[in-house]
Design a protein around this ligand. Sequence first.
Ligand code: ATP
Ligand code: MG
Length: 197
Amino acid sequence: MGGTFDPIHLGHLAAARVAMECAELDRVLFVPSGTPPHRGPAVASGAQRLEMSRLAIDSESAFEVSDVEIRRGGTSYTTDTLRELKRERPGDQLFLVLGWDAARQFSSWREPEEVRRLATIVVVSRPGSESPDATMLVAAGLDPAKTVLCVRPTPDISGSALRRAIAAGEPVRDLAPAVERYIAKHRLYMDNRDVGC
Ligand code: ATP
Ligand code: MG
């Protein structure tokens, strides 16, 4: 499961649990991105997003964090990441977990057919986006017969809303307590100019 994780929040953890159950996965690997190709850079640094991800998954033995994209640096393309993960973990069958807002952009990705070849795509519905069905998967360039579709509720949380709330000085829930403490300690997202979108 990739993302900017800027910051990682309870919606990400819920989506990972939904994907594990629905696609019968053994583990979920959270992969914070380097520079994302489709959007502005993250507000927090790669090292900070990695650390927050590690703090967030702390008590879940089926969750892991990978620094593969941040270590590689530069713009992160999922196709490169999947190739690298295949090399690192030759015995593993790879699945790519995407929220529907991310999955609907799939055909604009670099080498989408290579991504589909390297991993089975798992699409999780996302509050605020219409619930995906087979026709919508086809429109997004995904083959419904080869995609695992998980339409299950997850909390309506987004990184952008959290960044805005923190910058406005509003109290935030929706974060793992250790991540909340890390953000407060490092005064992340508190400066309005850095909020991003
Ligand atoms: P931002 O608002 O900065 O884009 P975000 O909350 O969308 O933050 P991302 O890092 O962009 O977080 O998302 C990583 C992945 O997690 C994407 O595939 C996204 O669809 C999925 N995701 C994020 N939040 C949820 C949620 N509440 N429910 C289901 N999937 C989610
Ligand atoms: Mg997002």
